[in-house]
Design a protein around this ligand. Structure first.
Ligand SMILES: O=P(O)(O)OC[C@H]1O[C@H](O[C@H]2O[C@H](CO)[C@@H](O)[C@H](O)[C@H]2O)[C@H](O)[C@@H](O)[C@@H]1O
Length: 361
């Protein structure tokens, strides 16, 4: 689905090019206010001015090391984190793109490794686990293929949960396509159903409008539309912002948020990933419990709503996945999906040890 004009290779993880590190050279003043400010946000979403050594930034880069004083590595701080969660019901919230799968140029190729799938499956066997993504529920499910999870697609606007009374969860561990999903997962909440026709309409208009922009792509995520500019030459970014603005002018009930080289068109409703976290905790009967320990791991600006909820709530923590220093409502950090995998493995091991201690007592 979508229009795409050029090929794809491995993404550069949003690091700024020499060009990006310069002041913007496009004609900001000639653009309407909306598109103009979006363009600034598009720049900000592609972190500026600091280049770190991908792979092991903390080992080489003093700026990254200084940043981790404020957002300590969740791996280094693991003992402290689990001490806080000791004896409590841990609930795990995971973003998908950039958290469970690496960022790549072509959104349809954001495959999760089998190893990561196994680790997430294992986590879900030990603790309630939800994936909260900007993608549609169906799309994220098709990547993850695990029936034991909760899925909150379209930035939390479409929530689906595992069916637990059809036998042991472990009997139905994974499935390979959406039809199997329908047997094992149930829709539990849709925050904006009436927006679907409008989103479909805007998707078609956007596809048509950006057709001529080399590298631009529009993705229909059911309750939202993503306008991708990762593969667009920076000189054409103003055009992407302008085209999106032109279409959205006629839709006051839609708004825009920013992800990693993507403009996210979504309904103007008071709902986001933070609300989805609150909704899921409530569904699990844990909304008012002092005995709950929620952990949210995510990498982009739309995850900040969830980090903020956890920070204000003080029962759990947000963990930002980032290889570049950035301000966040998260408390801890991890460099990339491979560190996320290590963290999840340790979390499962800790849960197993906790369960063993309880059995021995
Ligand atoms: O909430 P998420 O699960 O992180 O989803 C946010 C958006 O992720 C996808 O786009 C991002 O990942 C792509 C694949 O790595 C990358 O090409 C793109 O530049 C990123 O913005 C997805 O395609 C979007 O629909 C999601 O909204």
């Amino acid at each position: 689905m979508g229009s795409y004009a050029n090929g794809s290779t491995c993404a550069n993880d949003d690091l700024p090019s020499a060009e990006e590190m310069k002041e913007p050279s496009f004609p900001l003043k000639t653009m309407p206010l909306h598109a103009n400010s979006w363009l600034n946000d598009m720049k900000i979403s592609s972190p500026t001015a600091i280049r770190v050594n991908i792979g092991n930034p903390s080992a080489f880069d003093p700026i990254y090391r200084a940043w981790t004083k404020k957002y300590p590595s969740a791996l280094n701080a693991f003992e402290k984190i689990v001490a806080y969660g000791k004896g409590k019901k841990t609930v795990l919230f995971l973003d998908y793109d950039g958290t469970l799968s690496p960022i790549v140029d072509e959104p349809d190729n954001a495959i999760m490794s089998d190893q990561m799938r196994e680790v997430v499956r294992n986590a879900a066997l030990h603790l309630p686990t939800a994936i909260i993504s900007g993608r549609s529920c169906d799309k994220v499910f098709d990547f993850v293929k695990l029936t034991e999870l909760y899925y909150a697609g379209s930035h939390g606007m479409d929530i689906m949960g595992p069916v637990r009374n059809t036998g042991s969860v472990t009997d139905n561990r994974s499935c390979t396509n959406s039809s199997m999903k329908q047997d094992k997962e149930v829709k539990i909440f849709q925050a904006a159903s009436e927006f679907i026709p409008m989103i479909d309409e805007v998707f078609i208009l956007l596809v048509e409008k950006i057709r001529g922009i080399d590298g631009a792509k529009v993705e229909n995520n059911t309750f939202c539309v993503s306008v991708h500019y990762r593969n667009v030459n920076e000189k054409d970014w103003p055009l992407v912002a302008q085209c999106t603005d032109d279409i959205l002018k006629a839709y006051p009930r839609l708004r825009l948020s920013h992800g990693r080289k993507v403009l996210e068109v979504r309904p103007v409703i008071d709902w986001n990933k933070g609300k989805a976290v609150e909704f899921l905790l409530d569904s699990l009967g844990l909304a008012h419990s002092d005995n709950v320990f929620p952990i949210y791991i995510g990498d982009d600006r739309t995850d900040e709503d969830a980090f903020k909820v956890l920070r204000e709530d003080k029962r759990g923590f947000g963990i930002l996945v980032s290889s570049v220093p950035k301000e966040s409502h998260a408390v801890y950090s991890l460099v990339d999906p491979s560190e996320v995998m290590d963290f999840l493995k340790r979390l499962v091991k800790w849960k197993e040890e906790e369960a063993l201690k309880i059995t021995i007592k």
